[in-house]
Design a protein around this ligand. Structure first.
Ligand SMILES: NC(=O)c1ccc[n+]([C@@H]2O[C@H](COP(=O)([O-])OP(=O)(O)OC[C@H]3O[C@@H](n4cnc5c(N)ncnc54)[C@H](OP(=O)(O)O)[C@@H]3O)[C@@H](O)[C@H]2O)c1
Length: 263
């Protein structure tokens, strides 16, 4: 089975830490040229330089706030211009705080919708025109198991993620004739800065310590450990590769068995 990406250009959002960075690193190891987006310029440039040096691939960091249409457009166009084509887009940028939906502020709702839902749509819309010119492509949305069933006080992220799962299916239908596959990956509890913030908020809401909350979550994960960012990245590496050329419109849970495939 060949999952090499030599000669391909892959764009990854949220690429300076956590799951997005692991995906960018996996793609670099597989030989792709990389366009990388996030807001923290110093960290984005440092990671882009590290990946270029370590894996001998081209990387283009483009500092962007994907809650802004003009930044999303500028990111995709800069990558196409500098790297020559676009074959792959992975939308991973998002840091939507969890809280009970009716206690989430208007700002939280607008921010969640703008960065994670519209940010994904904006990058995809722009990238698709370049993929069509390249004769096809692959898009992966990093969503969440909370898009299928609420997990804790999922609130805004749960609603945004449910919308993204629906969007993945309609985009898969719309883009299949152009040879563009669209899939989603749903991480479970995956050890990143976001998971720390999310579980701390859950512990606070339940009136228990952060350690106790994590212990309780772990007891519900059949494989007995939290996910690592590379667990998610490895599924994405498969989905964008030629080995997955007959797969579109699916959402794969990478959650250590937490959902037991029940949702
Ligand atoms: N970790 C988990 O347990 C888990 C579970 C389910 C789903 N997910 C999903 O997986 C994705 C990645 O999560 P993570 O855990 O890796 O989170 P993370 O460690 O907090 O990383 C979030 C990434 O998104 C970027 N980002 C946030 N807001 C942005 C904006 N407005 N414009 C551009 N980039 C932005 C961040 O960079 P800057 O701050 O520099 O912009 C960072 O690179 C998210 O969509 C999250 O909802 C995570």
């Amino acid at each position: 089975m060949n999952i090499r990406l030599d000669g391909k250009v892959a764009l990854v959002t949220g690429a300076n830490r956590g799951i997005g960075l692991a995906i960018a690193e996996g793609f670099a190891e597989d030989g792709a040229s990389l366009g990388m987006a996030a807001r923290d310029a110093a960290k984005l440039h440092a990671e882009a330089e590290r990946l270029a040096r370590t894996y001998n691939v081209r990387t283009l960091p483009v500092v962007s706030d994907l809650g802004r249409l003009e930044d999303a457009t500028r990111f995709v166009r800069a990558c196409a211009e500098s790297l020559g084509r676009i074959d792959i887009l992975v939308n991973a940028a998002g840091d939507v705080p969890s809280s009970p939906p009716l206690q989430s502020s208007e700002d939280d709702w607008e921010n969640g919708l703008s960065v994670k839902l519209l940010g994904y749509v904006r990058c995809a819309r722009e990238a698709v025109s370049f993929m069509k010119r390249a004769g096809g492509g692959s898009i992966v949305h990093i969503v969440s198991i909370s898009g299928r069933e609420p997990v804790g006080a999922s609130g805004v992220p749960g609603a945004v993620n449910a919308a993204l799962l629906n969007l993945t299916k309609t985009m898969a239908d719309e883009l299949a004739p152009a040879g563009i596959r669209v899939n989603a990956v749903n991480p479970g509890f995956t050890q990143t800065a976001r998971m720390e913030r999310h579980t701390a908020a859950m512990a606070h809401a339940q009136g228990i310590s952060h350690d106790e909350l994590k212990r309780r979550i772990l007891s519900t994960i059949p494989l007995g450990r939290f996910g690592q960012a590379m667990d998610v990245a490895n599924m994405v590496r498969f989905l964008v590769s030629d080995a997955a050329s007959y797969i579109t419109g699916v959402a794969v849970n990478v959650d250590g068995g937490f959902s037991r495939g029940a949702f």
